[in-house]
Write a protein that binds this ligand. Structure first.
Ligand code: PMP
Length: 294
């Protein structure tokens, strides 16, 4: 992720990653009381472009507000600093990781003075890889009544680590988690869509992270005149589907081969997911522009 030349952004300054220190006595490290984002930049015909930069920084702001971490920064300025960071590090296809963490304080009272750090590393698109072998996790997503599920809070990701570690230990590529009502929720770091009879279905907002890629897929469906229905899905719905895919900033559009023992009957190449995958690739690599995406 970094080497001796890597520069990161910290509270208004650009500095070497290797010269940066972090506070040991803080709520972020001890309790996971921090919020973050995962953003991608692509090398397009118009140079390097940060995909949906505004949406990501607006979600960062909302995440902070939902857990009472102050957000004294200007979204436009953070976007500007992100482009500068990419330029300083000479990055073209990159993953960008902003993190808001708190000053030393070991109490359980929120609202501690925050810092913002943004780092980035070269990470090419890996669209078009093999379809994933997925298992239903024995872990559920956190109950929205026990945490802020719509905020990208660091502490929520222990749940993601447990689910992915379990899936890998059983020989699967990734997990799919249910919500507290046993409806399909999401993957540890991606949202999910299924295809049935020429339509797409995805769980509604409420018990999932409001994914920016999920919103993009819905936008693309409207443009491509593909019907997309947001509704609660059961495991039985999944296991009667024609095809399925995950979507997220990091995973982009990733086809699913099977869930547990159930193999999807459609060939990935013939699925709606494959059409969305091609269109998404075109969107991020070609048609993207700074303010107006489509
Ligand atoms: N769900 C979870 C739990 C995630 O961590 C992510 C990645 N941020 C997503 C869904 C997908 O969100 P996005 O498309 O905004 O990357």
């Amino acid at each position: 992720y970094f080497n001796s030349n890597t520069v990161l952004y910290l509270n208004g300054q650009f500095q070497k990653a290797t010269d940066t220190t972090a506070d040991i006595y803080g709520q972020s490290l001890h309790y996971g009381y921090a919020v973050f984002e995962g953003i991608r930049a692509y090398h397009t015909h118009n140079g390097t472009r940060v995909f949906k930069a505004r949406e990501h920084y607006e979600r960062l702001k909302r995440s902070a507000e939902l857990v009472h971490i102050p957000f004294p920064w200007d979204v436009n300025d953070l976007i500007k600093q992100t482009y500068k960071l990419l330029e300083i590090n000479n990055l073209k296809n990159a993953y960008i990781r902003p993190l808001i963490y708190c000053a030393p304080n070991m109490s359980l009272i929120g609202g501690t003075k925050p810092s913002i750090m943004i780092c980035a590393w070269e990470w090419g698109a890996y669209l078009g890889h093999e379809q994933l072998k997925v298992c239903i996790s024995s872990y559920e997503r956190p109950n929205p009544k026990s945490t802020q599920i719509e905020a990208k809070v660091s502490g929520n990701y222990v749940n993601s680590i447990l689910a992915t570690t379990e899936a890998k230990s059983k020989g699967f590529d990734e997990a799919l988690l249910l919500d507290m009502n046993q409806n399909v929720a999401e993957a540890p770091g991606a949202n999910v869509f299924i295809e049935k009879n020429g339509k797409l279905f995805t769980p509604p907002l409420g018990n999932i992270l409001p994914g920016i890629t999920r919103a993009t897929v819905i936008e693309l469906c409207h443009i491509l005149e593909i019907e997309v229905i947001e509704k609660h899905l059961t495991v039985a719905d999944l296991k009667h589907a024609d095809s399925a895919f995950f979507c997220g900033t990091a995973s982009e559009i990733a086809g699913i081969a099977c869930i547990d023992e159930y193999q999807f009957p459609s060939r990935w190449i013939d699925s709606i997911g494959a059409t969305i995958q091609r269109t998404y690739k075109c969107l991020v690599l070609e048609k993207q522009n700074y303010e107006v995406i489509i």
